[in-house]
Design a protein around this ligand. Structure first.
Ligand code: FES
Length: 162
């Protein structure tokens, strides 16, 4: 995952055209848009629909079906905290509770100090859990202190802390 850039129609066209020939092109296209811009802009919906020769409703339907797709630009940065089974067994729930208490964050709630912490279900690094993902980087073997430090770093990147 890369750091999102501002909406750019030329760039969106490029991403869409590069993938339009793939089988089942809609999902790879939407993922690429989300990855690049941090969300799927409504202006991209028309382009995707025209390129793939489907209705806008179909594109909107796909976006709404998959909760990972966002419709608005992110208000800050996001940390994905794994709370799937293997990470739970390594203390992910206690870690989540600790973060909520120490930082006043609500997991899967809104942005707090420019950072939203959302639940992920397996980041593919189970043996080294509990894990979190931020800016495309995996952070494993988290403990309360390292998670607080990650939150503070994310907050600084969001411009909410100096
Ligand atoms: S369960 Fe957390 S990374 Fe797999």
């Amino acid at each position: 995952m890369t750091v999102p850039v501002a909406w750019d129609e030329n760039l969106a066209n490029e991403l869409i055209n590069e993938r339009s020939g793939l089988e089942g092109a809609m999902l790879p296209i939407l993922h690429a848009l989300q990855e690049k811009f941090g969300y799927v802009d409504s202006r991209a919906v028309a382009i995707v629909a025209n390129t793939l020769n489907v209705s806008r409703a179909e594109v909107f339907g796909t976006i709404s079906f998959y909760h990972d797709f966002k419709r608005q630009p992110p208000l800050g940065r996001t940390i994905k905290l794994c709370r799937a089974e293997a990470c739970q067994a390594r203390g992910a729930e206690e870690l989540a509770a600790h973060l909520e208490k120490s930082e006043g964050v609500q997991i899967d709630g809104g942005y707090h100090n420019g950072v939203r912490v959302e639940t992920a279900f397996c980041l593919g690094n189970c043996a080294l859990g509990p894990n979190a993902l931020f800016d495309g980087e995996l952070f494993g073997k988290l403990d309360p202190q390292s998670l607080r430090e990650l939150f503070a770093a994310a907050s600084r990147k969001a411009g909410a802390r100096q």
